[in-house]
Design a protein around this ligand. Sequence first.
Ligand code: 5GP
Ligand code: MG
Length: 196
Amino acid sequence: MHADLQRVLIDRETLAQRVAELAQEISGQLGQVGEITLVPILTGSIIFVADLIRHLPIQMQIHLMSVSSYPGTSTTSQGVTMNHALSGVPDDLAGLHVLLIDDILDSGATINAVRDELQARGPDTLHTAVLLRKERPDLVQPDVDFVAFDIPDAFVVGYGLDFDDYYRNLPDIGVLRADVIQRAQDRTSPPTAEAS
Ligand code: 5GP
Ligand code: MG
């Protein structure tokens, strides 16, 4: 286990097995449409998508979409920003069967914003898949069509998910130690009146 983790939540073997299973669920539902258009949300979904598509024997195109909501060392959403300059999704999605893919569903603000954006471009169908869905009984999350894992409400990293753009390369998904988060936030926060 990486020293900055408090615990591993989902290990690499479990991830591999469940991602393959999820691909079967997706094939079962979308395999008949002929061709699908994947829209992965950067950057967190890259590892998930890389593993998922190799289990999907469906003709597909991939168009990336860049969205950020947790800039820097924040561990709560700071509002959804779409980086249109970095996105390669066609303006017109008529005739296409789109599968929107994200790493994690928390409040649902990201999925909602991107789904609205894609829906406005007129796809024939629009489905959604997420690797993780956080249990948030305090709010109403949007429905998603495919979910690999439901997880407790903790800040997780690894397998594509980051903290301050680090840890994406960890092969397991784990909960980051609170003191690691605190130290990074102390380093990046502006000096307080006392300190200056
Ligand atoms: P939502 O918009 O649903 O509140 O949050 C979804 C986005 O926030 C995800 O695309 C992801 O980038 C980020 N996010 C939410 N929870 C976590 C988490 O526990 N760890 C990491 N690394 N990112 C998260
Ligand atoms: Mg994300």
